[in-house]
Design a protein around this ligand. Structure first.
Ligand code: MTE
Ligand code: MOS
Length: 782
């Protein structure tokens, strides 16, 4: 479909776009502020709020005793207390919340609250959680073939570890919630949430009321990236509780440092692997243990871990695999969804392995990648969890991105450059992405829509998805306009609200437009079916020889006109049809619904067809690193990405750019540092470095794969939100290949994130390894 700029683009740049906390405030609105724990793990001995009441403007203090329903906001299991009463589980955990006439009053009062603690030993790393046997769950296993036997029989064997950091979402709009009580026991919540229905459920649970008493509305989010899939729930519950207790409207908008201290992040992971391969570099067997740092409560860790386990293959056929996954329980924030949802953490492991294989065999990494791709049909094109990779587009994309980036020529040019530059080296790398689309949890793969046509022909469009900057609303307007055959200007996109479309899924797993698009289309089809006989009646005079039934069958809605296919010249306006329908007492509103077909998943064996299809892409990145400082510069990036038949190329290219840069941030610069007492030391932009415009490559070429229409999706399109994130693995591999130029070694250890310090240390290691003489190549190493 068409390139069309984001429906709110102009309002974003002029500041007119209204976010939750920018609405006109109702009078008498109160503000909340947290009292946070100075310990990562402690017993709570005493909470004394008396002194807070001495502060002018303090209205009340919210604590566990105020909760009429459940003092818990856990989305999967009830392990997430809203107000801890006996134990502190992470540094910065909010113990009580002050409620003031102003945020300033609440803040001053919070300083007066006295909490006595008995500090306890915290568990702060995955390694120490393993040592202490501190886990949220039992080990999960996916097994295919005979991995252990095949390992023993492999010509070559390697083992190793990959430790990766988490990532802060750093959305521009921090967590925000409003609650407005109506005085009759109902609560209108405005929340910056990706999952309004779950927020609604949890608010109802905390208040101890039926779900229908609570309505949750999300206007739009100033970014979410998975960080508002569950993390918005406690804040919505808190303002609701404040409204319940005081009878007044209440708001909460986290300060940036509180947002970074209190909310869950991408899971850090530890991957331990053993791989067996042959002399050509083909992987024979893989045995992987993935440990996710779940933090203090479970949150979404099980599905995040599962997605990691389902993506350790990336685009590679693994004949014999065992993947074991477990969630470490630590005294840190409860880690959560973040773009890629575990996929990146799983895929990093296999890319690390591939590079090691290449260096041991002294073959180019891209050759090893190529040799291991899924291919053919049947076994060699089937994943370790039993889903066949139908519509496998890897080879096609791989070839195209190499051509478009002049890969071969540039590789030799870079080799020459490196020979003449002893202190500055360039690296070029290409990596693939295959990413499964659908929620792993089957029941989430459903969506609804509600379309209301008014008598003047103007329309309100509701669907269950939320807008977080990804352009979902824009795409839904395009889908509705095309499906109903009317101009886009006719629609008003309504804020996402649980009283319009109930029981929705999170806007997540990149499936927002796939699911809601089909639901919107379904509603449009229903409306057209109702309007077609009305139009036929109006057009009957110009089709004298046709029965009404026949004419009804051939009615076309197009561009605000309605006509019979056999005579496009005789037409009536959409308005005329609508107003006639109203006179004829035909309903002008309709719901739409969709569920993704053909998905299966057996949670006992961890096998099935959990994904409706895969999204594919590949990226070529070139970097230059400075041997004195470890600084790197990303010189050029070429991407070929498969979005099917794009719903909106402009939005899709924006998603690819943004996803790639965010992935690069995770892999190369964003560093979360907790000290040995579990205090997060990086909770502001001054200490936590996210990519800025200056890190964006000067040459950034993005090409959408052509002739790529996908069967069975909304207008042939494919999901785009998360897959490009993982294209950034090419940056890390390019850095690695540049580091390799500083010496000779069959292993280039490179810490994650690859900050200048990490790069410098890797260069040192390579230089030293070269002096000592490289370890043996060509023998079996375990
Ligand atoms: N793009 C912007 N601008 N802001 C965001 O918060 N979130 C990402 C991605 N792109 C995000 C974004 C994540 S994590 C997901 S799952 C998808 O958008 C969700 O939207 P979709 O399903 O409509 O693609
Ligand atoms: Mo995206 S991590 O699925 O919200």
């Amino acid at each position: 479909m068409k390139r069309r700029s984001h429906e709110s683009a102009e309002h974003h740049v002029t500041g007119k776009a209204v976010y939750t906390d920018e609405q006109r405030q109702p009078s008498g609105m109160l503000s909340l502020y947290p009292v946070i724990s100075p310990y990562a793990h402690a017993r709570i001995l005493r909470i004394d709020v008396q002194a807070a009441y001495g502060v002018e403007g303090l209205v009340t203090v919210l604590a566990a005793a105020d909760v009429p329903g459940h003092n818990d906001t856990g989305p999967i299991i009830h392990d997430e207390v809203l107000f801890p009463t006996t134990e502190v589980s992470y540094w910065g955990q909010a113990i009580v919340w002050t409620v003031g006439e102003t945020e300033e009053a609440a803040r001053l009062a919070a300083e007066k609250v006295v909490v006595e603690y008995e500090p306890l030993e915290p568990i702060l790393t995955i390694e120490s959680a393993i040592a202490a046997n501190s886990f949220h769950n039992q080990p999960q296993v996916i097994k295919h073939g005979n991995p252990l036997e095949a390992l023993q029989e492999s010509e070559y064997r390697l083992q190793g570890e990959v430790l990766m950091n988490g990532q802060d979402h750093f959305y521009l709009e921090t967590h925000t919630s409003w609650a407005i009580p109506d005085g009759e026991g109902h609560y209108q919540i405005y929340s910056s949430t990706q999952h309004p229905s779950e927020t609604q459920n949890i608010v109802a649970e905390v208040l101890g009321v039926p779900i229908n008493q609570v309505n949750v509305t999300c206007l739009r989010m100033g970014g979410a990236f998975g960080g508002k899939e569950t993390q918005a729930n406690p804040f919505a519950a808190l303002v609701a509780l404040a409204a319940y207790k005081t009878g007044r409207p209440a708001r909460l908008k986290l300060r940036r440092h509180h947002d970074m201290i209190l909310t869950g992040k991408r899971h850090g992971f530890l991957g331990k692997y053993q791989v067996g391969f042959d002399g050509s570099g083909k992987i024979q067997a893989l045995d992987v243990n993935l440990y996710a740092d779940g933090g203090w409560s479970l949150d979404l860790s099980p599905p995040v871990l599962l997605r990691a386990m389902l993506h350790v293959d990336n685009a590679y056929y693994l004949p014999n695999v065992k993947v074991v996954g477990q969630i470490a329980k630590t005294h840190k924030v409860s880690n959560t969804a973040f773009r890629g949802f575990g996929g990146p953490q799983g895929m990093i492991v296999i890319e690390e392995i591939i590079d090691r294989i290449a260096r041991v065999l002294q073959l180019p990494p891209e050759t090893i990648r190529d040799r291991n791709f899924y291919h053919g049909t049947g076994e060699t094109n089937t994943t370790h969890y039993g889903q066949e990779v139908r519509d496998n587009r890897i080879a096609r994309i791989w070839q195209e991105v190499q051509e478009r980036s002049n890969f071969t020529e540039r590789k030799s040019a870079i080799a020459q450059f490196n020979q003449t530059h002893p202190h500055c080296k360039r690296g070029l790398a290409i990596t693939p992405v295959k990413f499964g689309i659908s929620f792993n949890k089957l029941l989430y793969n459903q969506a609804g829509a509600l379309i209301l046509i008014y008598t003047d022909g103007s329309i309100q469009l509701n669907h269950g998805g939320t807008e977080m900057g990804q352009g979902l609303h824009t795409k839904m307007l395009q889908v509705a306009s095309r499906a109903l055959g009317v101009k886009i200007e006719r629609f008003r996109m309504m804020p996402t609200s649980t009283d319009k479309v109930p029981n929705t899924s999170a806007t997540a797993a990149s499936s927002g437009s796939d699911l809601n698009g089909q639901a919107v289309k379904d509603a449009c089809e229903t409306l057209k079916k109702r309007l077609a006989p009305v139009a036929a009646q109006l057009l009957q005079d110009s089709h004298p020889h046709k029965s009404l039934e026949v004419l009804t069958e051939e009615i076309v809605f197009e561009d605000d006109w309605v006509y019979g296919r056999s005579d496009p010249q005789s037409k009536v306006t959409f308005e005329a049809v609508v107003s006639q329908a109203y006179c004829d007492r035909i309903s002008l509103s309709a719901t739409g619904f969709y569920r993704t077909p053909n998905l299966t998943w057996d949670a006992n064996t961890n096998t099935g067809t959990p994904f409706y299809y895969y999204a594919y892409g590949a990226a070529v990145s070139e970097v230059e690193i400075d041997g004195f400082t470890g600084n790197f510069k990303l010189l050029r990036v070429d991407i070929v990405h498969d979005v099917g038949s794009s719903l909106n190329p402009l939005v899709d290219i924006g998603q690819i750019e943004g996803g790639f840069v965010q992935g690069m941030g995770w892999l190369t610069m964003e560093e979360l540092v907790w000290d040995n007492q579990g205090r997060l030391r990086t909770f502001a932009p001054s200490t936590y470095k996210i990519p800025t415009i200056s890190e964006i490559p000067e040459q950034f070429h993005i090409h959408l794969l052509e002739r790529a229409s996908q069967d069975g999706t909304i207008y042939g399109s494919k999901a785009v939100g998360e897959p490009p994130f993982m294209l950034a693995m090419s940056v890390r591999e390019a850095i690695r290949s540049a580091i390799a130029e500083f010496g000779q070694a069959d292993y280039i250890p490179l810490a994650l994130p690859a900050t200048p310090e990490a790069i410098l240390m890797a260069i040192e290691a390579i230089r030293n390894a070269s002096e000592v003489s490289t370890p043996l190549v060509g023998t079996s190493q375990t």
